[in-house]
Ligand binder design. Structure first.
Ligand SMILES: [Zn+2]
Ligand SMILES: [Zn+2]
Length: 167
């Protein structure tokens, strides 16, 4: 929570602020995201009965690659602009006494900026659907037939089976 009594007492002036934040892990799109080293810094603006912030959130998001499931550490920088009021309307956060929860506003903004999915690298090869190995680390040969299907392979198998039976 951020003390905004100075801003409330001095409408029209701005105050620099910065604080470390703790965000709880949260489940998004089937992955559990964790947040490290979250810090918010910027300016507080006081007005009559309201306070605005214009700040920057820096945070490291720990997620898992959507293709290979390896852990990914993704540093993010998010612009946070929010209004706080003693009588909050839509799109405003409350002022409780002389405190605001700037972290809540920052987290809400972060959620809107998260990528649809995290990748360890753009060209991540993912897991082999056959043997399950991480294809970035070891290139198995399971998919070689699937990539360039040979129209005769099924026939070969059939013929091979028949030959086996006749033997
Ligand atoms: Zn990956
Ligand atoms: Zn494989």
């Amino acid at each position: 929570m951020t003390d905004v009594s100075g801003a409330l007492k001095n409408p029209g002036s701005s105050f620099a602020f910065s604080e470390a934040l703790e965000f709880e892990p949260c489940e998004i799109m089937g992955d559990v995201l964790r947040f490290e080293d979250a810090a918010l810094s910027g300016l507080l603006f006081g007005a009559e009965e309201t306070v605005s912030i214009d700040a920057e959130l820096n945070v490291t998001v720990r997620a898992h690659c959507a293709r290979c499931l390896e852990e990914v550490a993704c540093p993010m920088r998010v612009q946070v602009k929010a209004d706080f009021s003693r009588a909050p309307g839509e799109d405003e956060y409350p002022i409780a006494g002389h405190l605001i929860d700037a972290g809540k506003a920052a987290f809400d903004e972060l959620l809107t900026q998260l990528p649809m999915r995290f990748l360890c690298k753009e060209d991540c090869l993912g897991l082999c659907p056959v043997c399950g190995s991480n294809r970035n680390k070891s290139l198995c040969t399971c998919l070689e037939g699937a990539v360039r299907p040979n129209p005769f392979s099924a026939l070969n198998v059939l013929l091979h089976d028949q030959n086996n039976k006749e033997v």
